[in-house]
Design a protein around this ligand. Structure first.
Ligand code: ZN
Length: 664
């Protein structure tokens, strides 16, 4: 293991680059250099060689013909369909839906490299460095132990007949059992404890994870300490985090044991409110469909998966929280709640809607037939269950609107009962007061005004009082953090794109760009040729480093690494580094670097430069015109003359660029 190597890397000469909790470019390069992007991508995409690159079906969008391209030489990927592109780190970030630090941890893990002590472990607070290293070490032991226990549970299925029969009866076949690594444990008190002791597993960690408990009667019996198991006589569901590591377990009683469902207790790696059962297995499908379907039970997840609805997850025995929403928002823009058709299910649906409102997220609701759960529907009706489920999901409605409609209808159906109406308005007022989306709120208000024949002002007043009420009764309801929305791939204008494609390809494009410099109007710089602000910033950084542009010409293939290395800590922590470059800029860069031919026609590039110059001159001309008018108002004839002369120069200059078009 290379703790020493890390010290060297973060040590001499580079220490000025080490910010608290950040990683040096050098260490990141080392980690990346020891992992082949083909191997990591290959775990998610079936790749085949095509020319210099590998191609496959994009894991980020739904497609039938491959437009996802990976270069082994350059260690980059680019999708010609959805335009996502980047390096190993961005791939891990996007495919696992994790942050930059989490992706680096994942890769460091894989490369078996130690992160520097000042590295801030995911989610950990402000403890000193030594503690953080120790904490990381303990977490790694914890995951290993859970994996070990999961293997034990899984293997039990080969001889625990009642458990495998139970799965069989509920329609959970071998494929699902493997895919979700399901398991079981006998009714004995200490099956797992016994196994862990015999394998010399770290028992203190097993205690901390709640897998086993100390047994009180043992000291008398002469044994040092005895243990008993948390899970007994149950089928066991491993709950994975986004990195596919087992954070904890859920267990369902096989017999009449209570509680029917039991989960691992909260621990250093198991935080119920930040995990969802099935999310690791479902994430690919969630991304493709841009929708998360949330169900109540573990068996619902399995049953829906088996029936082909694979973008399904369940919370781990808790109500939906803000943390869950943040988690889901990383993968999809729509959340559809599919809870049981019983009273508890309806109440849970309404609670979910309210948590969504705090985040300005209108959650959809799919209506189960009364008294039925999704698991029964799909498996129970051997014929037509799947089709019925499809219909139910298709008919999902924004919960806010369907609930408002329910309340309004019941208030109006009571005829002239004013009290009913009052209660209805108060209820709706409470929801709208929580709704953190001003536009969405206004739209509903206007509709309500018409529907109820009441003034908007009245409803707004109700909202204000309900809002005050809410803040008093639940101060946190007001202070929920903004949801990190899934970053859309911003569009870049054609001219910006052509210019960027050329420049990152080195010469002769860079030469043409540099030659345009003397033709810029006063006060303008080369980066002004771009409209996209991220592209502008990126080019500005490039232009500030003549040496870098030099390198780019020599080895355009290695541009990515050069940029990452040289600019890493300066432009928002650089490409692939934290903060990252805007996705659209990144996409153009990967497209250029993966292209097997010149990525842009030289004449097109020249045209784009000229168009850019023309635009800049046109803008300058407007300013001169304004100055002439101002001089006229001031009755300053001399000044006016000077500006007029400038104006003529500008017109001549513009003509130069116009005539270029005429030749085309
Ligand atoms: Zn794609």
């Amino acid at each position: 293991m290379s703790t020493n190597a890390c010290e060297n890397v973060s040590g001499k000469g580079n220490s000025r680059r080490v910010k608290s909790g950040k990683i040096t470019s050098e260490l990141l390069q080392k980690i990346k250099a020891s992992i082949n992007i083909l191997e990591v991508v290959g775990e998610h995409v079936v790749l085949r060689k095509s020319g210099a690159n590998y191609v496959g079906l994009c894991p980020f969008h739904s497609e039938r013909t491959p437009s996802f391209s990976v270069s082994e030489g350059k260690q980059l990927y680019h999708c010609y369909g959805c335009k996502r592109g980047g390096d190993l780190v961005t791939f891990v970030q996007e495919i696992l839906g994790v942050s930059f630090p989490e992706a680096v941890e994942e890769l460091a893990d894989r490369a078996k490299m130690a992160l520097p002590p000042e590295w801030k472990a995911t989610g950990s607070g402000t403890e000193p460095n030594a503690h953080r290293s120790a904490q990381r070490e303990r977490q790694s032991v914890a995951y290993k132990l859970n994996r070990f226990a999961a293997a034990f549970f899984h293997q039990n299925l080969t001889h625990l007949r009642p458990a495998s029969e139970y799965f069989g009866n509920r329609g959970v076949g071998p494929e699902l059992i493997r895919g979700f690594y399901l398991g079981a444990v006998s009714e004995a008190w200490d099956d797992l404890s016994h196994y862990l002791v015999s394998k010399k597993a770290p028992l203190d960690m097993a205690l901390e994870l709640g897998l086993i408990r100390p047994s009180v009667k043992s000291p008398r019996a002469g044994k040092a300490v005895g243990y008993f198991d948390l899970f007994r006589g149950r089928v066991v569901f491993p709950i994975l985090n986004l990195r596919g590591k087992i954070a904890g377990f859920g267990g369902r009683a096989l017999g009449d044991e209570t509680p029917k469902y039991l989960n691992s207790p909260e621990s250093l790696i198991f935080h119920k409110s930040k995990l969802a059962f099935g999310l690791f297995q479902a994430q690919k499908h969630i991304r493709e469909k841009d929708e998360v379907i949330l169900v109540e039970g573990y068996f619902d997840v399995l049953a829906l998966h088996a029936a082909g609805f694979q973008n399904v997850v369940a919370t781990c025995g808790t109500a939906l929280t803000s943390d869950h929403l943040n988690l889901f928002k990383r993968f999809a823009n729509q959340l559809t709640v599919l809870f049981d058709g019983d009273k508890a299910g309806v109440a849970a649906t309404e609670r979910a809607m309210e948590v969504g409102l705090d985040h300005g997220w209108v959650i959809h609701g799919a209506q189960m037939p009364e008294g039925m759960d999704p698991d029964e529907l799909v498996l129970g009706h051997s014929t037509g269950g799947k089709e019925r489920m499809s219909k139910i999901l298709e008919n999902a409605q924004p919960l806010l609107d369907s609930r408002i409609e329910d309340v309004v209808q019941s208030a109006l159906s009571e005829g002239a009962n004013s009290e009913k109406l009052t209660q209805a308005i108060k209820k709706i007022g409470t929801w709208l007061a929580r709704f953190q989306d001003p536009i969405g709120k206004e739209v509903r208000l206007q509709k309500l005004e018409k529907r109820l024949g009441l003034s908007k002002k009245l409803i707004q007043d109700v909202m204000t009082t309900q809002s005050a009420h809410l803040t008093r009764s639940n101060p946190q309801a007001r202070a929920t953090p903004e949801i990190q929305t899934r970053k859309p791939q911003t569009k870049m204008k054609a001219t910006d794109r052509i210019l960027l494609l050329g420049v990152v390809s080195g010469n002769p494009y860079v030469q043409i760009l540099l030659e345009a410099k003397p033709n810029l109007p006063p006060g303008a710089t080369l980066q002004d040729l771009w409209e996209n602000s991220s592209a502008k910033e990126f080019i500005a950084q490039l232009l500030m480093r003549p040496g870098l542009i030099e390198k780019m010409r020599e080895v355009p293939d290695r541009l990515w690494n050069v940029l990452e290395h040289e600019l890493g800590n300066e432009i928002g922590d650089g490409l692939g580094l934290e903060g990252g470059l805007d996705g659209s800029v990144r996409s153009v860069i990967t497209e250029a670097l993966l292209s097997q031919n010149p990525p842009v026609d030289l004449e097109d590039f020249k045209g784009a430069v000229f168009r850019g110059l023309y635009q800049l001159w046109a803008r300058f001309s407007q300013r001169v015109k304004k100055s002439i008018a101002e001089a006229e108002v001031k009755k300053d004839a001399d000044l006016q003359m000077r500006w007029m002369k400038d104006y003529l120069d500008v017109q001549r200059k513009m003509k130069e660029f116009t005539s270029f078009y005429d030749e085309e």
